[in-house]
Design a binder for this molecule. Structure first.
Ligand SMILES: CC(C)(COP(=O)(O)OP(=O)(O)OC[C@H]1O[C@@H](n2cnc3c(N)ncnc32)[C@H](O)[C@@H]1OP(=O)(O)O)[C@@H](O)C(=O)NCCC(=O)NCCS
Length: 422
């Protein structure tokens, strides 16, 4: 067999030929041939947990494609709602399909009054908006009991639409609550991103008109964040979904994974780092301290990308557009200087550390007026479509419940000692 590896089991002397399919070894094949021998792979560094047709990522070449379409083309020509359709359906919509999809999402943006009055308003006054979002998404499952019919195509597509449409409403509501501002109802005459900005920023004006440059920039950021194959939160979505939990509960689990600073919090860490550096003249000493092992250059390096993150290139352009409206973020000069020095320093180049998507996204969000607590929330809004695309794919694959093995390293069997004998 050409596409295979041969392993010799030194315990028995037996040579075992294992086929390689799509660049991997099927665990079912492995366990038939080597029963009781497990891979020890705590961070899934070398384990493909599924087959997926949603997103292609080549970290060495800096390539990211959704359903085959390069991220650069989607960011330039598409809209977030069209990309969400693409991720979920596998194809770009026709005009009629896009019109129907936009209509569906637009008319599901409202949340049940009790979600707001009884649930969101029950939080402590200084609740973190991401904590509120995670809980509110989970709470939606109690409002849509049909969500449990996950194999009914009509119910499934309804929950998908509801989630994509309602997450921005919940996100903005969480922000308004934490600011002590009244809730703003969705405005169905606005497009997806402008409606979110209206729910965020509207005060007393009859209709909030988002600056079209800012609305477009945010839409591009939503496209860039819509999916990233088997990252931590998408894996959480698939794992929880594999138990056949309803999509609200699975999405809440995915959002909870995103809440962690190692996943959705890196752009906040970048802003804190740039603020701490404080001035252009402090950049070089800071880089030296990083090289001496005192902390990391936040927004640099990636588990998968070992070249320039293609999203970071697009974001840099978007930043210029945003700053032309908002004025330059004063931290930008520090960021540009950091990038310039790091990209010409052997420490960073030899380790293949390049700016990732988070290096500039926080600067843009901050210039647009979003508080840092909202950064992971802004990530969760578009990633909802990616999570749901993977959830649907997983259910259609007749996947098994996620249940890894462990290598037991605890004590040998022993007898119970009564408390007075310990
Ligand atoms: C993203 C990240 C966790 C990837 O980590 P990883 O693939 O596990 O890489 P490692 O932690 O093994 O690092 C490999 C080497 O590069 C160094 N390194 C990695 N990221 C670094 C950074 N941002 N600044 C300085 N050094 C860094 C490590 O110290 C290590 O050096 P060594 O070989 O001398 O020990 C890591 O690059 C990081 O912490 N980046 C900063 C946080 C960030 O921007 N996260 C957002 C990711 S989208």
């Amino acid at each position: 067999m050409a596409e295979s590896i041969t392993i010799t089991d030194n315990r028995t002397g037996q040579a075992i030929e294992i086929p390689i399919v799509n660049g991997g070894i099927a665990a079912t094949e492995w366990s038939k041939l080597l029963p009781g021998v497990w891979f020890y792979d705590p961070g899934f560094m070398s384990t493909a947990a599924c087959e997926s047709a949603v997103t292609y990522l080549d970290g060495d070449a800096g390539i990211l494609r959704y359903r085959g379409y390069p991220i650069e083309q989607l960011a330039e020509h598409s809209t977030y709602l069209e990309v969400a359709y693409l991720l979920l359906h596998g194809e770009l919509p026709s005009s009629a399909q896009f019109e129907a999809w936009t209509h569906e999402v637009t008319y599901h943006t409202f949340i049940h009054e009790n979600v707001r009055k009884r649930f969101l308003e029950g939080f402590h006054y200084d609740a973190h908006p991401m904590g509120m979002l995670v809980s509110a998404i989970a709470a939606l499952s109690t409002f849509y009991l049909d969500a449990k019919d996950i194999f009914d195509p009509t119910s499934r597509s309804k929950q998908v639409t509801r989630l994509i449409a309602k997450v921005p409403t919940l996100a903005a509501a969480a922000h308004r609550f934490s600011m002590g501002m009244p809730f703003v109802y969705p405005d169905n005459s606005l497009d997806f991103t402008s409606n979110f900005l209206s729910m965020m920023w509207k005060v007393a004006e009859p209709r909030f008109e988002a600056d079209p440059i800012l609305a477009h920039a945010l839409d591009v950021l939503f496209i860039l964040h819509a999916d990233h194959e088997q990252n931590c939160s998408t894996t959480a979505m698939r794992v929880v979904g594999s138990s056949h939990a309803d999509p609200y509960s699975a999405t809440a689990a995915a959002a909870a994974a995103l809440y962690g600073p190692r996943h959705g919090g890196a752009n906040e860490a970048v802003i804190r780092m740039l603020t701490e550096i404080g001035g252009y003249e402090n950049v070089e000493p800071f880089i030296e301290s990083v090289k001496a092992g005192k902390g990391r250059l936040q927004g640099f390096g990636h588990r998968v990308y070992k070249s320039y993150d293609p999203r970071a290139k697009i974001i840099k352009r978007t930043a210029d557009e945003v700053f032309s409206v908002t004025g330059k973020n004063p931290l930008l000069d520090i960021a540009l200087r950091l990038e310039e020095i790091a990209l010409s320093d052997e420490y960073f180049t030899s380790r293949r550390l390049y700016p990732n998507v988070d290096f500039y996204s926080g600067l843009i969000y901050q210039a647009m007026g979003f508080p840092m607590e909202m950064f992971p929330v802004l990530f969760a809004i578009p990633r909802t479509s990616g999570w749901l695309a993977h959830w649907q794919e997983m259910l259609d694959q007749d996947s098994k419940i996620a249940r890894p093995r462990q290598l037991y390293v605890g004590t040998e069997p022993r007898d119970y000692t009564p408390i007075d004998g310990r």
